[in-house]
Design a protein around this ligand. Sequence first.
Ligand code: UDP
Length: 256
Amino acid sequence: MSRRRLVYEGKAKNLYEGPEPGTLVQYFKDDATAFNKQKHAIVDGKGVLNNRISEFLMTQLNAIGIRTHFIRRINMREQLIRAVEIIPLEVVVRNVAAGSLVKKLGLTQGEALPRPIVEFYYKDDKLGDPMVSEEHIAAFNWAGQQDMDDMISMALRVNDFLSGLFMGVGLKLVDFKIEFGHIWDGDTQVVLLADEISPDSMRLWDVKSGRKLDKDVFRENLGDLVEAYAEVARRLGVMPENVSAGDDEGGPKLVH
Ligand code: UDP
């Protein structure tokens, strides 16, 4: 029996060789990590929920013309994606003060920011993913000027779209992290949204109660992580049947 080749092992996902050249299979694990892997747990069902949520969000973004690596979901834990050359940067967009920004600038958690703020972090676990400026990115050639312009404008479009989408289901998009990759389209290099978009990489607060429905539940020991992610999936109308209860079917549910 032949085994498929593991191309990359990450903290929350593995990548396997895909069925055709230029494709990969992205497998969502149940591992939860925080504080640069100092905190780790297996959270049953998290991978299934993130696979669904990320599929839904990537599909919605594709539909408004934002190019992503997503091709289709294969099963409960796997999706087929385009193989891209990952740009070694994490792009964070913030709408509301939380997390490291609060610590760094002495802001109050929950304070609305005067405008969305885009930040870059250099992907290097050994260095703890340091924040970097466009000057660093240009000097060390981690991305070109055109890539940087594309990443910023795509990140802000993703933010506008997702802020509205989540607000429609009673959730505030506080901040999120996305990653990008390159592919060749003929002779031109194109930037695609890659990785995942899930409650592992964003902050989502319930508009009415302020309840956190994202990885901070794990970081801050606030309760059942899968229950929180399942609530996000339920509101988006993508709750997988065998994770837990939920009789909803299809499409986001508007919250008034
Ligand atoms: N984030 C992430 N991966 C990281 C660092 C941050 O997905 O390695 C997300 C995080 O969940 C939050 C946003 O990026 O939605 C901003 O994170 P922040 O800089 O506040 O860092 P944190 O306080 O989460 O360490």
